[in-house]
Write a protein that binds this ligand. Structure first.
Ligand code: GDP
Ligand code: MG
Length: 162
């Protein structure tokens, strides 16, 4: 029997954050990695059902019913765009209002490859995450930095609870 038969768990994960922060690219990058195989999530047989928004986030009008079923939320901002960072508080307010109380949240500062355009320091992301008691890392959908690690952390948290 393969390992997959022992760990057949399915989790619903949502990607949130302002338009153009890189949600879809992060998802594509993660899926490509998973497809190539050999990563932790494929190995333990976790089936992530990942929901990506299709532009509703532009008006922060993600249907509230979507939040209810999510077990984990990846909340992204763009390290080169201050407004996307400032809006994280509004996203968290929304999350706290509509998501499950025990939802796993992770804050991601994306586009970390764009060093020259950076306007949000790593420490600022860390500070905000600490204030809300959520884990934080910077990612790059372009280079792949920390993308798998972020999903790995989510998977670890979820499987410990399951
Ligand atoms: P979404 O609206 O949040 O889903 O954002 P998209 O995934 O569509 O990405 C918006 C734009 O940012 C696109 O032009 C991407 O190519 C670019 N982008 C996304 N992630 C990264 C990243 O990590 N680094 C760089 N340099 N560009 C990125
Ligand atoms: Mg998108």
């Amino acid at each position: 029997a393969s390992v997959n038969e022992y760990f057949d768990i399915s989790f619903k994960v949502m990607l949130l954050g302002d338009s153009a922060v890189g949600k879809t690219c992060v998802l594509v990058r993660f899926k490509d990695g998973a497809f190539l195989g050999g990563n932790f999530i494929a190995t333990v047989g976790i089936d992530f059902r990942i929901w990506d928004t299709a532009g509703q986030e532009r008006f922060r009008s993600v249907t509230h019913a979507y939040y209810r079923d999510a077990q984990a939320l990846l909340l992204l901002y763009d390290i080169t765009r201050k407004s996307s960072f400032d809006n994280i508080r509004a996203w968290l307010t929304e999350i706290h209002e509509y998501a499950q109380k025990d939802v796993v949240i992770m804050l991601l500062g994306n586009k970390s490859d764009m060093a020259a355009e950076r306007v949000i320091k790593h420490e600022e992301g860390q500070k905000l995450a600490k204030e809300y008691g959520v884990p934080f890392m910077e990612t790059s959908a372009k280079t792949g930095l920390n993308v798998e690690l972020a999903f790995h952390a989510i998977a670890r948290e979820l499987t410990q609870r399951a």
